[in-house]
Design a protein around this ligand. Structure first.
Ligand code: NAD
Ligand code: UDP
Length: 310
């Protein structure tokens, strides 16, 4: 197949491009390099089945493809909050443009949605039928509401235009090729520990997240895309083992070694207090389940950052 990956030069996108090429597909990677880098995809450039286009998904795109993975959107709070209007445009105009492309070409399209659609949840763990608790006017809203609106557009294109959709709610995922300045917690803690800097916990560290290693996530994504057409999702994909942010900080220090101390900073507003995916649906429909535990995944990520920082 010829497959379009938007956001293909980003953290998840670059792993997805690599996986699709190794499965024998032609891959078109579209990216505006806002948070993605050429380094992430440099090793794929020599492959004649790989093509890169610098393009912003808020503008229409005309290519002929069989499948579309729509990943374009900054995912780290620091980056999506630095140009919030563009973040909403990327999710909403980007979804409209990519859904339009899917409609014209008859391509199946997968949306990289997020656990953020649940906001600061009162239901724990989060199941797909939970509607969420999202602040519509806060500093995270450009991302959360943008992604929620994108989900709406996906389901309306499905109901109204019969576009084959897959809506995947991704929970916190980490691994090699996160940018050292990405700003998300796993890369921050590892990079800080490797540099011997203070480990910055926002708030008191009692908030929780559940961390999925990138290879598990990409397996789930490709399996979901190729599942029967009637299975649209939304589908949670993530690792259900939940940790406090304090426990993650201690683990990072223990794994990296060195002399870093923990310091506490203000908790950003609307920071969700707890998060854990209920993955019963993914288990049932895809027979998917994460295989890589936190220790093992962190070890691979630490060795990646050791190389990058050296
Ligand atoms: P990332 O920031 O590394 O990648 C996003 C990519 O999209 C970058 O290459 C960036 O340059 C590109 N991009 C941004 N705006 C664009 C635009 N207007 N046009 C074209 N390209 C654009 O983040 P990631 O972690 O790889 O996330 C990929 C997708 O998965 C995002 O949609 C994100 O919301 C979603 N997601 C990720 C996680 C996670 O934990 N990694 C969790 C939930 C959802
Ligand atoms: N966080 C932290 N220190 C950091 C970066 C993040 O304590 O240096 C916290 C953040 O406040 C949040 C959690 O870690 O409670 C996860 O943050 P991240 O930005 O990785 O993802 P998200 O909040 O979108 O799940």
């Amino acid at each position: 197949m010829r497959i379009l990956v938007t956001g293909g030069a980003g953290f998840l996108g670059s792993h997805l491009c690599e996986r699709l090429l190794s499965d024998g597909h032609d891959v078109i990677c579209v990216d505006n390099f806002y948070t993605g880098t050429k380094e992430n995809i440099m090793h794929l450039m020599a492959n004649p089945k790989f093509e890169v286009m610098r393009h912003d998904v808020t503008f229409p795109l005309y290519v002929e493809v069989d499948q579309i993975y729509n990943l374009a959107c900054p995912a780290s709070p620091v980056h999506y909050q630095s140009d919030p209007v563009q973040t909403t445009k990327t999710s909403v105009h980007g979804a409209i443009n990519m859904l339009g492309l899917a409609k014209r070409t008859g391509a199946r399209i997968l949306q990289a949605s997020t656990s953020e659609v649940y906001g600061d949840p009162e239901v724990h763990p989060q199941t797909e039928d939970y509607w969420g608790r999202v602040n519509p006017i806060g500093i995270r809203s450009c991302y959360d509401e943008g992604k929620r609106c994108a989900e709406t557009l996906f389901f309306d294109y499905w109901r109204q235009h019969n576009v084959e959709i897959k809506v995947m709610r991704i929970f916190n995922t980490y691994g090699p090729r996160m940018h050292p300045n990405d700003g998300r917690v796993v890369s921050n803690f590892i990079v800080q520990a490797l540099r011997g800097e203070d480990i910055t916990i926002y708030g008191d560290g009692s908030q929780t997240r559940s961390f999925c290693y990138v290879d598990d996530l990409i397996d789930g994504m490709v399996q979901f895309m190729n599942s029967p057409a009637e299975f649209t999702g939304p589908l949670n994909v993530g690792n259900p083992v939940e940790f406090t942010i304090s426990a993650l900080a201690e683990k990072a220090i223990q794994m990296v070694g060195g002399s870093s101390k923990i310091v506490f900073k203000d908790l950003p507003s609307d920071d969700p207090k707890q998060r854990q995916p209920d993955i019963s649906l993914a288990r049932k429909e895809l027979n998917w389940e994460p295989k890589v535990g936190l220790e093992q995944g962190l070890a691979k990520t630490v060795s990646y950052f050791r190389q990058v920082l050296a």
